[in-house]
Design a protein around this ligand. Structure first.
Ligand code: UYC
Length: 229
């Protein structure tokens, strides 16, 4: 009834993050006005710093089959909720789309592709990064890529999440691999089938950095000034 929906509306706006997390998918499948509430919610929040709650509301609208919701997003959030800033003219829309539709495996590949584009033509051809290229990465681009992952994974995935875990483990690599599900005992997790490509994965599981050439690239990522507050 309209009374129940008004109560849901108030709970969404005033609720804790946990309440919002549960309500968003519920509202998305209510046929009497749930999507309208999600649209109002997103608009109201648009001037504050984007969080994964915005990402979840955006995804619910994007992945709904409502033409009004699609039109609303097209009008008010044509590039999504994360500002797609780049210092070198890189188009992050393909990464945004893959994350919004929760295609984490393709998004992981696209992340490496985009980082190679930032590094330049040689890296695009090589299809992997030198740590010196990562050292020279613009802060803006690394933050954009990271925010896309954070905002579209309920805060679970992203380099900054991996870095926080690594710091909490005293910068011990082996403990990090175990914690984020990249190694079990003495065995490396095999790409791609042994990795977990959804939100049931351990915190920090994605995006991947291949360790075949050692830890220097991921060490450069974690040491990058993009993460200093
Ligand atoms: N792979 O094992 N990985 C590949 C990971 C290692 C290996 C790609 C991550 C250990 C080979 C991605 C882990 C290892 C290839 C990842 C992991 C190894 C490959 C595709 C846990 C052997 C084919 C993109 C740390 C003991 C290489 C890319 C080729 C691919 C990710 C082997 C994303 C996180 C040390 C042989 N592995 N990788 O970079 O040239 O090629 O085809 O990390």
């Amino acid at each position: 009834s309209s009374c129940d929906i008004e109560s849901l509306r108030r709970q969404l706006i005033a609720g804790s993050i946990q309440v919002q997390q549960q309500l968003i998918p519920q509202l998305a499948v209510l046929d009497n006005g749930g999507l309208d509430i999600l649209m109002e919610f997103l608009l109201q929040r648009r001037d504050s710093t984007v969080t994964w709650v915005d990402g979840k509301a955006y995804q619910a609208l994007y992945n709904s089959d409502s033409p009004q919701a699609k039109e609303f997003l097209q009008t008010h959030f044509p590039e999504g909720v994360v500002p797609l800033k780049s210092e070198c003219g890189i188009d992050y829309r393909p990464l945004q789309t893959l994350l919004v539709t929760q295609d984490f495996q393709a998004a992981d590949r696209m992340t490496l592709q985009k980082m190679c584009e930032v590094a330049g033509a040689e890296a695009v051809k090589r299809k992997w990064l030198y740590f010196t290229e990562v050292d020279n990465f613009p802060i803006t681009d690394l933050q954009t890529i990271n925010n896309l992952w954070l905002v579209h994974s309920e805060g679970k995935f992203g380099f900054s999440v991996q870095r926080e875990i690594w710091l909490s483990l005293g910068k011990n690599w082996d403990n990090l691999w175990a914690k984020i599900g990249w190694k079990k005992g003495n065995n490396w997790t095999r790409y791609p089938n042994e990795f977990i490509w959804d939100l049931s994965a351990p915190k920090g599981h994605l995006p991947l950095s291949n360790q075949l050439r050692g830890v220097r690239v991921i060490a450069s990522l974690f040491a990058h000034p993009a993460w200093s507050k």
